[in-house]
Design a protein around this ligand. Structure first.
Ligand SMILES: [Zn+2]
Length: 479
C-alpha cells in the first residue's frame, strides 16, 4: 500500500505520492490573543500526527506554521490592556508553546510571526493590484475581487448562487460566515480602532488582513506551490478559500497539492462555548480533570481526525451552577494507557522462556502490518491503536517468551510511538528539544561523526538523559 490522504478539494482519498522530494507542509497557526482551548489543540495535535506520520513513512518534511499576531482580535486585546501589541502577543505565544510542549507536539521548523513579514504582504498586495484581481476602495483599503477569480469557491464547494448574491459586496472583518461570500480585505486602511498598529504601504497606511498573512508567509518560507496545507474544518471558508484565491491569482499555479482538515471537537456532546461552561484549556483539564497532558493527548488523538470527536464529560447542576464531576474520556484514556504501560513494562520480566512460543513472531508481524496499513490509510489512528491492543491481548495469551522476542516487541512499540507520541510514560518522555538531540545523536553516529555524536551526547547527559547504542537500536534512560 502507499500513503492515501483525504483531500478536501477532491473530496476523496488520493495517493500522496512517493517520498521522492522534501514535503512543503503549511499549517495555520494560532491567533495569539488568549490561551488556546482544547478544540484548537485538536488541530495542532492533528498537524503533529500528519508531520510525524510523513516522517515515519520516510518523507522529509519542512513544516511551517504562522503565528497570527496582528488581526482584529489581537489588536482589540492589546488595546483593552493598554500594552504594546508585541508584548500582548508574546505572552500568548509562550503559553501556546508551553501547551504544545506538554502535549509532545513537535515544533514546526519555522514559526514566523505575521508582523515579521509585512514587506512580503505589501509586495503580494501590489502583485494582486497589478494583475487586476484587487482594487483599492474609497477608504484606502485594498480588497480582493472574488468575481475576478473563476476558481473562487472550489474548496468549500460554495453554490454559485451564494456567490452571486454576495458579488459586489465587501467585508472588512477577518472572520465572517458562508452566507456572505464577499470581496475580502487584503489590506485594511488604518482606523481609530487600530491605535498605533499600522505600516506604510504604497497603497496607503494600514495593516494586512488575516487571510493575506498565510499566503505571504507560505510563499516566503516554502515557495508558491505547497505539497500539503492543513487546518481545522472551520478554516475551509472563508480563510482557505481566500488563501487559494490570493495565492493562485498571484502565482498562476496550484497553491497546494493536498488540503487536509480536521473535524471539530465536542465537549460533553456539545459545541464548546463559554455560556455552556464547557470551554476548557489544557490547564483546565489538568486541574479539573486531574489528568496528565499525556492522557489529554491520548484522548484527543484517539478518534480519527476527520470524525467529530467528543470529549465525554459528566456534569452536575444546571445553568450557572453547572459543573463537571467527571471527565469520562480522560478516565478512559488513563485506563487505556495503564494497560499499554503494564504490557511494555512486563515484556522483559516475562522473558523467562528459552524461545518464543510458536506463532509469536507471526503475531508481531501481523500487528506491524496492521499498524502500518492504518497510518497509510489517511492516518487512521483508531485502527492503529486497535492493532496495538490486539497485540497486547495476543501476546498476553502466550504466557512467557524469550529475550529476543521481548526486544522485538519493544522495538515495534518505540517505532509506533514515533507516530503516536503517546506511548512513552510521562516521567520518561523526552521533551521535544531532548528528542531532537537524541535524533541528532543517532544521525551523527550513523554518519560515523564520532566527535559530533559525543558533543550531542554530552548535551543530553547535562540534561540528565543517558543514551546508549544497542544492536537493536539506540535507547535512552533518565537519571
Ligand atoms: Zn491560514
Amino acid at each position: 500500500m502507499a500513503l492515501l490522504l483525504h483531500d478536501t478539494l477532491a473530496r476523496e482519498k488520493r495517493p500522496f505520492g512517493p517520498p521522492d522530494h522534501p514535503i512543503k507542509m503549511y499549517t495555520c497557526g494560532p491567533t495569539v490573543y488568549d490561551r488556546v482551548h482544547i478544540g484548537n489543540l485538536r488541530a495542532f495535535l492533528f498537524y503533529d500526527l500528519l508531520r510525524r506520520s510523513l516522517e515515519w513513512l520516510g518523507y522529509e518534511v519542512r513544516h511551517v506554521m504562522n503565528l497570527t499576531d496582528v488581526d482584529d482580535k489581537t489588536i482589540r486585546g492589546a488595546r483593552r490592556e493598554g500594552v504594546p501589541l508585541r508584548e500582548f502577543t508574546e505572552r500568548y505565544t509562550r503559553t501556546f508553546l508551553d501547551d504544545c510542549d506538554a502535549l509532545r507536539i513537535l515544533r514546526p521548523h519555522v514559526m514566523p510571526r505575521a508582523t515579521d513579514a509585512i514587506p512580503e504582504m505589501i509586495a503580494l498586495t501590489e502583485r494582486l493590484l497589478a494583475t487586476g484581481v484587487a482594487y483599492r476602495s474609497d477608504d484606502g483599503s485594498v480588497y480582493f475581487k472574488i468575481a475576478a477569480f473563476p476558481g473562487y469557491g472550489k474548496l468549500s464547494h460554495l453554490e454559485a448562487r451564494t456567490l452571486q448574491a454576495g458579488a459586489g459586496g465587501r467585508v472588512a472583518q477577518d472572520e465572517y460566515d458562508k452566507e456572505s461570500a464577499h470581496d475580502f480585505a487584503l489590506w485594511k486602511a488604518w482606523s481609530e480602532d487600530d491605535g498605533d498598529v499600522a505600516w506604510d504601504a504604497p497603497f496607503g497606511r494600514g495593516r494586512p488582513g488575516w487571510h493575506l498573512e498565510c499566503s505571504a508567509l507560505a510563499f516566503k518560507h516554502l515557495g508558491e506551490a505547497l505539497d500539503v496545507h492543513a487546518g481545522g474544518v472551520d478554516l475551509v471558508f472563508p480563510h482557505h478559500e481566500n488563501e487559494i484565491a490570493q495565492s493562485e491569482a498571484a502565482s498562476g499555479c496550484t497553491f497546494a497539492r493536498f488540503w487536509l482538515h480536521n473535524e471539530h471537537l465536542l465537549v460533553g456532546g456539545q459545541k464548546m462555548s463559554k455560556s455552556l461552561k464547557n470551554f476548557y484549556t489544557l490547564g483546565d483539564l489538568v486541574t479539573l480533570g486531574q489528568a496528565t497532558p499525556r492522557e489529554v493527548r491520548y484522548a484527543l488523538i484517539a478518534a480519527h481526525y476527520r470524525s467529530p470527536s467528543n470529549l465525554a464529560v459528566t456534569y452536575e447542576g444546571e445553568g450557572e451552577a453547572r459543573r463537571p464531576v467527571r471527565f469520562d474520556s480522560l478516565v478512559d484514556a488513563r485506563g487505556a494507557l495503564k494497560r499499554l504501560d503494564a504490557f511494555r513494562r512486563d515484556l522483559r520480566a516475562r522473558a523467562t522462556s528459552p524461545a518464543a512460543p510458536d506463532g509469536a513472531h507471526e503475531r508481531l508481524a501481523r500487528a506491524r502490518t496492521a499498524f502500518h496499513d492504518a497510518i497509510e490509510d489517511d492516518l487512521n489512528v483508531p485502527r492503529a491503536l486497535a492493532a496495538l491492543f490486539e497485540l497486547v491481548a495476543d501476546v498476553n495469551r502466550l504466557g512467557a517468551w524469550d529475550v529476543e522476542f521481548a526486544a522485538a516487541v519493544e522495538a515495534f512499540w518505540d517505532d509506533a510511538d514515533r507516530v503516536l507520541g503517546v506511548l512513552a510514560p510521562e516521567a520518561d518522555a523526552l521533551s521535544p528539544e531532548e528528542q531532537a538531540l537524541f535524533e541528532r545523536w543517532q544521525a551523527a553516529r550513523a554518519a560515523k561523526d564520532w566527535a559530533g555524536a559525543d558533543a550531542v551526547k554530552a548535551e543530553l547527559t547535562a540534561r540528565g538523559v543517558t543514551v546508549q547504542a544497542r544492536k537493536d537500536g539506540a535507547t535512552w534512560t533518565r537519571g
